[in-house]
Write a protein that binds this ligand. Structure first.
Ligand code: MG
Length: 401
């Protein structure tokens, strides 16, 4: 299943697309936090592991603006020129993806002017598409809604039960939304205000997923000022987090152990539901700890037969994906193995290479150390092996959770 994202940036805006100091420049190119608003939006999707393709739909007049503002990315295709309406622009983006996506693949459509979109919201939209052809990030209306006359005298209070504010990204099964857009264009219908509305018109089921309140659209000069504040150093810097993991497995009859993803000959094996790799289990828990996302047993319960005999590198990769999906970056990991035997030294480089591969981390950022416990305790009695790990990651501090 391939997932592409379309960033819609062709609008000229009318309400407030003028950023101070950049007269006449569409708001999506206004600089906030040292980069164009569109660059923040592109980066949010670029760094999301599940997104394979990114396409930006721009106004023909903005080609050089985009060339300057859009960050380089291997996922990013050549920009596509949009139509005179947002709807036409999205259709142009959808058509441009036809060579890359199969009918059942997924496409997320996002407004360039929502630079605060976070990876969890993107993940939630993608996840929802497993069970429905359309999914929209949205937030429940919290304010009391008033209806007013032309002179702003209240005429009614509207029941807000069941009312949501639609955000982007809005995600769809590729062929479903492409067909819906084509049909709307054929019928001369151009006034839909979002892609969900087109999907709804075409009879597709659209589900709402909870988006963050902070996933706002930058529309007015006030919004641009507020965005500058939100991206300012001190509010949007990366924060550093550290967490630990610990694991023990006991010896049983056998002729090899798995440690750090490496098969090592030994006069016993480690007993466990998976391959009992204590090093990778401790590391996985350390990574999960940095984002407060449970532990290895929660994500891969030993009661689930599908993990029987599983290679634990899968667990580590999953933890790394969870960190990356939060916009995180792994800085370093470190493990201490407590065992009388086998000797770890001869296998250190192989463990570093295997873990480095899984975490996309240089081997110099992967510590593998071993110690005996001087014949004391269960490790000293050669009853099993213990491993303790730490992981340090950086996460955007705008990611409040
Ligand atoms: Mg374990």
């Amino acid at each position: 299943m391939r997932v592409a994202a379309i960033i819609v940036a062709a609008g000229r805006g009318s309400r407030a697309n003028r950023s101070p100091g950049s007269p006449g420049q569409p708001k999506q190119y206004a600089q906030v936090g040292g980069r164009a608003i569109i660059a923040h939006s592109i980066q949010a999707f670029d760094r999301h592991r599940d997104i394979a393709d990114l396409i930006v739909v721009i106004h023909p007049d903005d080609a050089s603006l985009c060339a300057d503002a859009c960050p380089p990315s291997s996922k990013l295709a050549t920009p596509v020129f949009g139509g005179s309406t947002r709807q036409g622009s999205v259709l142009a983006g959808l058509e441009a993806l036809s060579g890359r996506l199969a009918p059942d693949d997924l496409v997320l459509i996002h407004d360039a002017a929502r630079p605060f979109v976070d990876s969890e919201t993107i993940s939630a939209v993608i996840a929802a598409l497993a069970t429905t052809p359309g999914a929209v990030a949205a937030s429940p209306v919290a304010d009391t809604l008033k209806q007013a006359s032309g002179s702003q005298v209240v005429t009614a209070t509207i029941d807000r039960t069941g009312l949501w504010r639609a955000q982007t990204p809005q995600g769809f099964h590729y062929k479903s939304i492409l067909d819906a857009h084509r049909l709307a264009a054929e019928r001369g219908l151009h006034d839909f205000t979002d892609d969900s509305a087109i999907a709804e018109w075409a009879g597709l089921q659209v589900k709402l997923v909870l988006g963050r309140e902070g996933n706002t659209k930058v529309t007015t000069p006030e919004d641009i000022a507020m965005a500058e504040f939100r991206f300012a150093p001190g509010t949007s810097v990366m924060e550093t987090r550290t967490a630990t993991g610990f694991d023990v497995h006991k010896f049983a009859e056998g002729d090899h152990v798995w440690l750090g993803g490496v098969k090592i000959p030994h006069n016993a094996r480690l007993e466990g539901h998976s391959d009992a790799d204590v090093v990778l289990h401790a590391l996985t828990d350390a990574l999960l700890g940095t984002i407060g996302d449970g532990d290895i047993g929660q994500h891969f319960p030993p009661s689930d037969p599908q993990w029987k005999g599983a290679a634990s590198i899968l667990f580590l990769k999953d933890a790394a994906r969870r960190v990356l999906n939060r916009g995180g970056k792994i800085i370093n990991v470190d493990v201490t193995i407590l065992a009388e035997a086998p000797k770890v030294g001869p296998h250190r480089e192989a463990m570093q290479a295997t873990i480095g591969d899984a975490l996309e981390l240089a081997t110099g950022r992967i510590g593998i150390k071993a110690t005996t416990t001087e014949s004391l305790g269960f490790t000293g009695r050669r009853e099993g092996i213990a491993a303790m790990a730490t992981a340090t990651v950086q996460l955007p501090s705008t990611d409040a959770s």
